[in-house]
Design a protein around this ligand. Sequence first.
Ligand code: B12
Ligand code: SF4
Ligand code: SF4
Length: 305
Amino acid sequence: MIAIKRRAAELGFAATGVARLDRNPHAAELGRWLADGHAGTMSYLHRQAEKRKDPRLVMAGAKTAVVTLTNYFHGDRTPNLEPQVPRVAQYAWSSDYHDVLGERLEQLARVIRELVPGSTTRCYVDAGPVPERELAQLAGLGWIGKNMMLIHPEIGSFTFIGVVLTDAGLEPDPPFDADRCGTCRRCLDACPTQAFVGPRDLDARACISYLTIEHRGEFDETQRAQVGDWLFGCDVCQDVCPWNVSFARETLDPGFAPQLAVARPDVRALATMDASDFQRRYDRTPFTRPGHHGMRRNAAALLDP
Ligand code: B12
Ligand code: SF4
Ligand code: SF4
């Protein structure tokens, strides 16, 4: 385990832990969240539910998850004082994290296969039926805050979670059982659209991140007003969290160096850009998720609220 964690640190992961795979202890919460309709049109979450409820079903013979955190914080917590500058969530300020972290996780997986000859591995970051926050908590990397983010006590929550599933029986870390939110509820109160129905219960349909990234089709009048000055994603429920205010530190990772084209995009150009221009400028960036149509819609909502 020490060899795996040492290699993970060399690869740029801020923290690494190991969880034994078992049935998700919060499978019932996931079931209720889906039944309440809180996933909106993210139908893939319904399709993947059984695997998220029991991550052993994701990969035949899988016994353990090596879970990593990567800091993407860029140090800018100031409110948007210039109305012409659209706000983009910090996780999207650089190259597509699926690519950068996918390669690093593959290198980590190779170490596991070398240490346990004959073992197999499979890597996941964001795109897959893996309950990543749940596994991170079980791997001892932090607790799940009232804003549903995995919060590491020394890093905060501006982190990506990356997972290597393996059939190697690695020694697990103790889970992070404490809930360090206490009586705080700043995230719930600060959410601009009151998207939290309660602690750890987010109705994604009202979340700006969902509306600007996952929602397909046009915005209705309510949704147009809800997105406010956010062009892509939203950071409010993380910006206000005292654990980020105290512990989030700017990343120096060259793989996540901010790129102006995504961190401070020209919203007028975006609103009128054709598909090939969009492809040329934003290929291999997080903007490809909503795509040309979605980003044009988001830009139009900012220009004509
Ligand atoms: C769907 C999704 C979204 C949706 C829905 C968000 C949501 N809250 O579920 C939308 C589009 C809104 C979204 C937004 C964002 N997302 Co998102 N998203 C996902 C995705 C693909 C699945 C999450 C999911 O299954 N949600 C359903 C809920 C019910 O499940 P859950 O989040 O796993 O929550 C579990 C716990 O809450 C647990 N539980 C319930 N009660 C309790 C109580 C206790 C004590 C414990 C321990 C556990 C527990 O039960 C749940 C089910 O297992 C994951 C990647 C993945 N494969 O897991 C990324 C992921 C969660 N997103 C991520 C990020 C960065 C974001 C944004 C910050 C992006 C942005 N800036 O705009 C926002 C944050 C919004 C928020 N406050 O949650 C990161 C989070 C990293 C971290 N440190 O936590 C992830 C892990 C992607 C990654 N690989 O890095 N996201
Ligand atoms: S990301 Fe923004 S809109 Fe979504 S829950 Fe957090 S504060 Fe609310
Ligand atoms: S703002 Fe407060 S309640 Fe919300 S996640 Fe952070 S510590 Fe927990």
